[in-house]
Design a protein around this ligand. Structure first.
Ligand code: NDP
Length: 252
């Protein structure tokens, strides 16, 4: 028995939305496991460069690219940049996401479109852009970040829940399409994780959410990142089309 299969030495990973929150932790943990990492961001150039510096300090290669995840042609350019910089692409983590929460009575068409495009179309964009090179290499691991809300629903988040449930259907379908080429596609459904996204919530709302979590606390971004490293590694070589709940028991 060996723990070598948990390591990602020599692998290349692309993480969308790696400048802050869960994506930042994912980028750092993948690098800690041995991977070179390209991370994208929408606006936070300084924060993204800081993640790059932290990774480079560990001896791994890293690159940050500003790219709107909604835009397919930008996704193609980012994938080409990762392949050129690191000589291949083994791991894709579709993490970029936003919320525009409100009840359906008040939800605008724009709020619906923004969330579906940023959270769901982006997953199509990057998956499509990586699939040809991964098929050629006959190897790859795609990890899509959904949410407990995509499984259980949540009032005030019809747009977000639809995007996150869509990611699950997309991932299972793609997993079936590419399994014969040794490409694995899996989903992580985080519960309530402390980041800027959840930091917008009122303190009383937070307390009531925590009370409903079986483990009685919010999750840490690193706890999601650990699950990503596992799914990306050879230790998960027989997992595809799976949805891994990292939620303190919320979805039970
Ligand atoms: P944050 O708001 O903290 O970070 C979002 C990240 O996505 C940032 O890096 C941001 O870049 C990037 N991003 C947003 N829009 C775009 C875009 N159009 N193009 C490229 N990058 C973009 O969110 P979290 O870390 O909390 O969430 C990360 C993922 O995890 C999301 O998909 C979210 O839905 C999911 N999730 C989060 C949970 C939580 O409790 N926090 C629970 C379940 C799922 P920039 O810094 O430039 O804005």
């Amino acid at each position: 028995m060996s723990l070598e299969k948990f390591k990602l030495d020599g692998k290349t990973a692309l993480v969308t939305g790696g400048s802050r929150g869960i994506g930042k932790s994912i980028a750092l943990q993948l690098a800690a496991a041995g991977a070179n990492v390209l991370l994208t961001y929408a606006r936070s150039a300084e924060a993204a460069e800081e993640v790059v510096r932290q990774i480079q300090d560990t001896g791994r290669k890293a690159l940050a690219v500003q790219a709107d995840a909604v835009n397919y042609s930008e996704a193609e350019k980012v994938v080409a940049a990762a392949q050129e910089a690191f000589n291949g692409l083994d791991i894709l983590v579709n993490n970029a996401g936003i919320t525009r929460d409100t009840l359906i009575m008040r939800m605008t068409e724009q709020q619906w479109d923004e969330v579906i495009e940023t959270n769901l179309k982006s997953v199509f964009n990057y998956s499509k852009a990586v699939i040809r090179p991964m098929m050629k290499a006959r190897s790859g691991s795609i990890i899509n970040i959904s949410s407990v809300v995509g499984i259980a629903g949540n009032a005030g988040q019809t747009n977000y829940a639809a995007s996150k449930a869509g990611i699950i259907g997309f991932s299972k379908s793609l997993a079936k399409e590419v399994a014969s080429r040794n490409i694995r596609v899996n989903v992580i459904a985080p519960g309530y994780i402390s980041t800027e996204m959840t930091g917008k919530l009122d303190e009383n709302v937070l307390k009531s959410i925590e009370a409903q979590i079986p483990l009685k606390r919010a999750g840490d971004p690193e706890e999601v990142a650990d699950a990503v490293v596992f799914l990306a590694s050879g230790a998960a070589s027989y997992l595809t089309g799976a949805v891994l709940n990292v939620d303190g028991g919320m979805a039970m």
